[in-house]
Design a protein around this ligand. Structure first.
Ligand code: ZN
Length: 177
């Protein structure tokens, strides 16, 4: 757990925990945050976490004060204005976050990509990025691919391979990802 003042005790001067998307490296420790601290997350992302909690090692957010992101809609956390932007990522319901306070603007990209079903979001974002950013925090999970993983050039071909293998299988299909 990072040593963030008020994170475990909910002292009141920590105004919220902001989650971009439900991948484990972004939410894995959130259940250790004090239950009084508001958590910002997408509505579908939160449902995914709560439904997965009984099966996987994922935190459960039921019963906590939640703010559900709506792309482009500002939410206030104490003195911080937070504007989420829906992005294209392998996790459903993923957001970049623009955080403003005291005249300064921080932009956190979250994880994103430009080749999935929502690539139009990426193209639009490149064409019209937030302006006058003071601090940019950018995530990068896959810079490139090695030759061995290039057998599926896009999402559609991967889906077709899943369908083909599941139709060929007898009985229950299980996927390990
Ligand atoms: Zn991710």
């Amino acid at each position: 757990m990072p040593p963030v003042a008020g994170l475990r005790c909910g002292s009141g001067d920590l105004f919220g925990v902001l989650i971009s998307h439900p991948h484990k490296d972004h939410v894995g420790l959130v259940e250790y945050a004090h239950p009084s601290i508001p958590i910002g997350i997408g509505s579908a992302a939160r449902q995914i976490l709560d439904r997965a909690a009984g099966w996987l090692d994922r935190p459960r957010l039921e019963g906590r004060p939640l703010v559900h992101w709506q792309s482009g809609v500002v939410t206030q956390f104490g003195p911080f204005r937070v504007t989420p932007y829906l992005v294209d990522h392998s996790a459903y319901d993923a957001y970049a976050l623009l955080i403003e306070a005291d005249g300064a603007r921080l932009f956190y990209s979250g994880d994103f990509r430009g080749h999935g079903r929502k690539r139009a979001l990426f193209d639009r974002f490149v064409a019209e990025p937030p302006r006058k950013i003071d601090v940019l925090l950018m995530e990068g999970t896959v810079i490139g691919r090695d030759g061995a993983s290039d057998s599926f050039p896009n999402e559609a071909s991967l889906e077709e391979a899943f369908v083909e293998r599941m139709q060929r299988a007898e009985g229950l299909s299980l996927a390990w990802t």
